[in-house]
Design a protein around this ligand. Structure first.
Ligand SMILES: Nc1ncnc2c1ncn2[C@@H]1O[C@H](COP(=O)(O)OP(=O)(O)OP(=O)(O)O)[C@@H](O)[C@H]1O
Ligand SMILES: [Mg+2]
Length: 358
């Protein structure tokens, strides 16, 4: 229909976290991907609390600053949500066609969703015949439910920045995507992705690179900062700096490491609990390796503590490992420093570029 001189529709990814907003736009090359736009801005802790936007005006301003600084032309935006407003679960339902399931998913899903079924948006993906013996006449379905209130909150927010929300994804799937593009996995390998942000941690388990399990836990970097504030009677900003390794007046480094160590142990306990749950609900015995991401993966001694406690190889994920970073456009050190926080943003930015429809 007529001529269009505009570029194929670009999509910019915005990972609106409670600790920072991350903007990522990628370009597909004939082989692989290139970073086109990239920016990170920390948010004051009271602007978004546990995923709820408390001050949309200020958050909108931060997004606008990022869009301007990066001269973003794209009008379409991809967003991601996680935490207690999101349910992702593998369920079994009687064998039926996709159309039939479309009709009945609401009733099938109801028992798995702790909210009123009329308050959520539901999406599903048929996985195939059930793996378990008892449920041979059933099929596995990946059920995704997001509280409508949360969706509206975030889409309204970006609409106010002049962007048009075209994709709302879930952190766990963006991380799976990030992994797929940057890492290889053996067919039977069990890899866990653990993304620890400011208020939420996402635990994902992949079997042979494919989604097997996920759980979000309300625990993140804010817990560290709050504990440091309480213990040393400092303000939030000082606590944040101390956590990141800066020397702060009135904070004894050894006492600080003790506080941090206690919270690292809490994370180890949560991860262990999720792994145990996964093992009892699947036929898997072990987790082969853990890839960490999120800003809070950089907390002192966390990776080594998890490695020791769980007896699993733990390493920091590099979401840019297969993504070209043009030297003339970006400060390599900045991108490298922000890499752990960018895992969700990169996975989200890949959404539109993968497959044919880009
Ligand atoms: N070098 C560092 N050492 C320790 N913590 C860090 C470091 N850099 C960032 N953080 C912490 O990482 C968190 C931000 O990470 P991230 O951007 O992944 O979270 P978020 O996506 O904003 O949060 P959420 O997804 O939980 O809403 C903050 O709590 C911040 O204090
Ligand atoms: Mg996050």
């Amino acid at each position: 229909m007529g001529f269009s001189f505009s570029r194929k529709k670009d999509v910019v990814a915005l990972d609106i976290g409670s600790g920072a907003i991350k903007l990522v736009q990628l370009k597909k090359l004939s082989q692989g991907y290139q970073l086109e736009k990239f920016g990170v801005k920390a948010l004051d802790s009271e602007l978004i609390v546990d995923g709820t936007v408390m001050d949309s005006g200020q958050v909108v301003d931060v997004i606008k600053e990022l869009l301007e600084e990066q001269s973003v032309q794209a009008k379409d935006v991809a967003l991601s949500v996680s935490g207690h407003s999101v349910i992702v679960k593998k369920i079994n339902v009687p064998m039926m066609t996709e159309e039939e399931l479309e009709e009945s998913i609401k009733w099938e899903a109801e028992q798995y969703i702790p909210f009123d079924i009329n308050d959520v948006n539901i999406d599903f993906h048929i996985l195939g015949t059930s793996e378990s013996e008892e449920a041979k006449d059933q099929m596995g379905v990946l059920l995704v439910a997001v509280k409508r209130e949360r969706l509206t909150e975030y889409t309204t927010l970006v609409t106010e920045t002049g962007l048009n929300p075209v994709i709302v994804d879930v952190d766990a799937f963006t991380l799976e995507n990030m992994f797929g593009v940057n890492y290889d996995s053996r067919e039977d390998e069990i890899v866990s992705l653990v993304n620890i942000g400011a208020s939420v941690m996402n635990i994902i388990i992949l079997r042979g690179g494919t989604f097997a399990f996920t759980r979000d836990i309300s625990f993140g970097g804010n817990r560290y900062s709050e504990a440091i504030q309480r213990e040393f009677n400092v303000n939030y900003e000082q606590a944040e700096r101390a956590k990141k390794g800066d020397a702060v007046d009135g904070i004894d480094p050894e006492a600080l490491l003790n506080i941090i160590g206690g919270l690292n142990e809490k994370i180890a306990t949560e991860v262990t609990r999720s792994f145990e749950y996964f093992k009892t609900t699947s036929s898997s015995e072990t987790i082969d390796r853990i890839l960490m991401s999120g800003g809070s993966a950089k907390v002192p001694n966390l990776l080594s503590h998890l490695g020791e406690k769980l007896g699993v190889e733990v390493e920091m994920a590099d979401p840019f490992s297969n993504i070209e970073i043009p030297e003339d456009l970006f400060d390599r050190n900045f991108v490298k420093e922000m890499a752990p926080m960018s895992a969700v943003g990169v996975g989200l930015a890949l959404r539109r570029l993968e497959g044919s429809g880009s």
